[in-house]
Design a binder for this molecule. Structure first.
Ligand code: ATP
Ligand code: MG
Length: 454
């Protein structure tokens, strides 16, 4: 980044009175004092477990050129401290200023499931036509987004950033920081209902990203989700893409699954079509591929170039990765779960199983607030309708799920070893096994247990 301390002060206080601040170029912005190096600025963030104000001395010792605080700290009065009302907002303001200075085109992605996947796919595709900066892993909130933006050199052609919201005011804070040239909403589902309330609210909040698009910017929206499409059209005239309507201008679908667990997808832009192999056989990833095709094409890439780039994409781990071991197929979808991604994963696993046995290894779907009970009962009904050969369940919502499985057995498991013993007792030799649950359920431990054992 190329920001001076003087610019930072002006953004935060309206003026600069640090001695010779104009000449000091900030090396990096940090919120973790252990990462501070010479020339960095340290923002003191008050978190649930730590308060950054307790680490001001460490930051100065490590070479910080200034520290941004929201508490009066007389012991550092003679040091370069910048006092603000709210350090999180201050971080956002600095990132928004940095955004205005940079010439990069900002592409912001939001949706209920698959933001990181779409961000990674799009960043990879666009790096075929220019330099790209993206948020690191899943850093997509009021801290992660600005920090990711401030990590950029400012010389890149594109910034591809995912924006994650869980409360009603979140988009109103993230949108003005991102100020996108292109905004993509690729789906909605009942996620983060604890904070957002209802699916209608999810649709309104996600599509409100379109309010922050710069003049001349473009909105892209998946037209398959009725509530989302309606909400989006109240704000702008988005370019539609789809994984359901083959007549849509931008469209993708899974054509078939290959023996190694990858999938052959069709992608379409206007009259042109191409086929690509992606390292997943999840048919719902067609929605992600349609979003990426639409975005890259709108940014001027030819469909053939997009297909070439997609052919070498690496998907982030634990997102519907199919691993084949002889006749077994283990699907590691353990990164996260909400009702949208859970239902789609179960449907796809059933389709892949075809006439082979299907085993589900599921964990709780969290952050659903008052809807949690219903959502887990619905999951029970989904299991009843799917009729897997066995389902193992890890989590506190076991009884709600079990209440609706309609005779289909649900085996509670607390540890991977219980699951291993249970699945071996079934005497299967060629099953399709899906692993999925919210992040904190760590369903990957169950996946690794079986993956290392067969
Ligand atoms: P988070 O809210 O944790 O940031 P995210 O929106 O970034 O999540 P990913 O991390 O890409 O989403 O994926 C989360 C889960 O959703 C994974 O299990 C993945 O397989 C699944 N997923 C990815 N794309 C889709 C999609 N289009 N529809 C449903 N589920 C999807
Ligand atoms: Mg993410």
């Amino acid at each position: 980044m190329k920001l001076t301390l003087c610019e930072l002060e002006e953004q935060l206080m309206g003026s600069s009175d640090l001695p010779s601040a104009a000449d000091i170029e900030i090396a990096a912005v940090r919120i973790d004092s252990r990462l501070v190096k010479k020339g960095d600025v340290f923002f003191c963030i008050e978190g649930e477990n730590f308060d950054g104000h307790n680490f001001v001395q460490q930051a100065f010792d490590a070479g910080a050129v200034a520290v941004v605080v929201s508490q009066f700290m007389p012991e550092f009065e003679d040091k370069p401290t910048i006092m603000v009302k709210d350090t999180v907002q201050a971080l956002g303001r600095v990132a928004a200023y940095w955004r205005m200075k940079s010439h990069a085109r900002m592409i912001a992605v939001t949706g209920s499931a698959g933001k990181t996947t779409v961000k990674e796919m799009l960043a990879h595709v666009l790096s075929g036509s220019g330099s790209v900066h993206k948020n690191f892993m899943n850093l997509n909130n009021q801290l992660g987004l600005p920090l990711s933006m401030l990590e950029a050199t400012g010389e890149e052609t594109y910034w591809v950033m995912e924006l994650g919201i869980s409360l009603p005011h979140d988009m109103g804070e993230l949108g003005p920081i991102a100020q996108p040239d292109m905004a993509i909403v690729h789906n909605i589902g009942p996620a983060h209902l604890e904070g957002l309330g209802s699916l209608e609210n999810v649709a309104d909040q996600k599509s409100s990203l379109f309010k922050y698009i710069r003049p001349e910017g473009v909105a892209l929206c998946c037209k398959d989700h009725e509530l989302l499409w309606e909400a989006a059209n109240k704000i702008s005239k988005p370019v539609p893409f789809s994984s359901q309507d083959e007549n849509a201008e931008y469209y993708s679908t899974l054509l078939h699954t290959l023996p190694d667990g990858s999938g052959r997808f069709l992608i379409k832009a206007g009259e042109e079509t191409a086929e690509v192999i992606l390292p997943t056989c999840g048919s719902h990833f067609a929605e992600n591929a349609a979003a990426v095709t639409c975005a890259a094409h709108q940014l001027g890439m030819e469909l053939t170039e997009i297909a070439e780039r997609l052919a070498t994409v690496e998907l982030p781990k634990q997102r519907f990765h199919c691993h084949t071991h002889g006749k077994w197929t283990l699907i590691d979808d353990s990164y996260n779960a909400n009702p949208l991604s859970m239902n789609r994963a179960i449907d796809t696993a059933k389709r892949i199983a075809d006439d082979r046995p299907l085993v589900l290894v599921l964990g709780d779907m969290l952050e659903l607030g008052e809807e949690a009970g219903c959502a887990h009962c619905d999951l029970g009904s989904k299991i009843a309708e799917t009729k897997p050969d066995a389902t193992f369940y890890h989590g506190k919502h076991y009884s709600e799920v079990a209440s609706q499985t309609n005779g289909s057995t649900l085996v509670p498991v607390k540890q991977p070893i219980e699951f291993l013993n249970g699945i071996h007792e079934l005497g299967l030799s060629d099953a399709v096994v899906l692993f999925k649950g919210s992040r904190s359920c760590h369903m990957e431990d169950y996946f690794y247990a079986l993956n290392n054992d067969i």
